[in-house]
Ligand binder design. Structure first.
Ligand code: SF4
Length: 405
């Protein structure tokens, strides 16, 4: 169940403040999940099954949801796909449970969006593609009249969708992509964060004129510095305009493996640390299930969500009195199910106890063949190294903080 984050007390002097103060945003409901409004940062991903494969899509959505993906996105390239969503939603309810679903609508997708809006909780449109104008190779200017004419076309196309979502109490993501800005935005603002932000604002204004505010904004780019700048500028512009829409963060096409994960973190972490971002997706060129642990690790490392044990371990050095890598692995295997605990594994008593931060329990090298167990900063007992993990478990059990895996 989703619960509101508990506000922590912040120290008075800002330079000593280690709390992340999340930007105040309006709550936007997507099925049974709320994005923004002080709720924990929501984790989402996207299946890569063909939406026409109803059985396969249901299974993929369920796989993701079961491992903690709170909102699942599916692609809807045609009317047939939009209709298949009705069946997918139904099957999920019959065979599993309600899962908040988002439909991704592509080029000139107005009719598709209108159909799919009946079956999902949120529709994602890309302002650069929603009314797609084929770029003219010989164009060297955009007159104000042309700019406005297309603006008018966008309004006409967007209105029915906005009204449908508004009347059903559903949500819209205005999902700008750096790589697919509309030609007229490129002419006016260039290939810049400003162009991305103006593109989102144009769509927001249309929504607001229809009294629709269940909006989430994203400004993704495949380069981390571009997306960081775009989200920061968006926050600044929204503050100036008195807007409080939640933000969906992501680095697109981050790739795979270690670098894909680092690249996503490089883009998401600076924003999240500044309190910006209400939902995240880590886009990896891997099975979508691989994205979820990365999202949780980023959120946990920043203290924004706690979904696993927090391990503090020293890098080991000449003073290390045991095989730290091996022991950390053993400790992790034995305790990784104890969500909510902080456990430190430190190589020596010279620096270990002081550097294990505020861990709940510590496993610290004492002397050759012996380790010491700590509860907080208090040394509890010295035990032979080969009994270390077992005794650590006994200590956690004695404190009533153990649960069986
Ligand atoms: S805690 Fe001790 S063993 Fe670990 S890195 Fe520091 S000095 Fe070395």
């Amino acid at each position: 169940m989703q619960t509101l984050s508990t506000p922590q007390t912040a120290p008075t002097a800002p330079e000593f403040d280690t709390t992340i103060h999340r930007r105040k945003t309006r709550p936007v409901k997507v099925g049974n999940i709320t994005i923004g409004g002080g709720y924990p940062v929501v984790v989402q991903s996207m299946i890569n099954e063909d939406t026409l494969d109803v059985e396969g899509s249901v299974a993929a959505i369920r796989r993701l949801h079961e491992i903690g993906c709170e909102i699942v996105r599916v692609t809807v390239p045609s009317m047939a796909h939009a209709k298949a969503l009705a069946e997918i939603k139904q099957k999920l309810i019959q065979t599993y449970q309600e899962v908040p679903l988002v439909a991704d609508v592509h080029h000139n997708g107005m009719k598709i969006a209108l159909e799919v809006a009946k079956h999902v909780d949120k529709v994602r449109i890309n302002p650069g593609l929603y009314v797609f104008e084929k770029p003219k190779a010989d164009r060297n200017e955009y007159t104000q009249a042309e700019f406005e004419e297309i603006g008018e076309k966008i309004r006409e196309t967007l209105e029915p969708l906005v009204i449908s979502l508004r009347d059903q109490g559903k949500a819209l993501r205005i999902g700008v992509n750096h790589g697919s800005l509309a030609e007229r935005m490129l002419f006016t603002y260039g290939d810049t964060p400003e162009g991305m932000v103006e593109s989102a604002l144009e769509f927001i204004r249309i929504c607001e004129s229809l009294d629709f505010r269940n909006i989430v904004i994203s400004l993704k780019a495949s380069r981390a510095p571009v997306m960081v700048a775009a989200y920061r500028l968006m926050v600044k512009r929204m503050d100036e305009l008195g807007m409080d829409y939640p933000l969906h963060l992501g680095v697109t096409e981050a790739g795979d493996g270690e670098y894909g994960r680092i690249k996503s973190t490089a883009g998401l972490a600076p924003l999240l640390a500044d309190g910006i971002g209400d939902t995240i997706r880590v886009s990896l060129t891997e099975a979508p299930e691989k994205e979820i642990p990365v999202c949780y690790s980023i959120l946990q490392a920043l203290g924004l969500r706690k979904t696993m044990v927090e391990y503090v371990a020293c890098p080991s050095c000449g003073r290390t009195l045991f095989n730290l890598e091996e022991v950390l692995h053993k400790v992790r295997e034995a305790t990784k199910h104890l969500t909510g605990l902080d456990i430190a594994v430190m190589g020596c008593i010279v620096n270990g106890p002081g550097e294990m931060a505020d861990a709940d329990y510590g496993y610290v090298g004492k002397q050759a063949g012996f380790i010491s167990l700590y509860r907080g900063r208090e040394e509890i007992k010295k035990v032979p190294e080969d009994q270390g993990v077992e005794e650590l478990i006994n200590l956690i059990k004695a404190d009533g903080r153990w649960v069986d895996p």
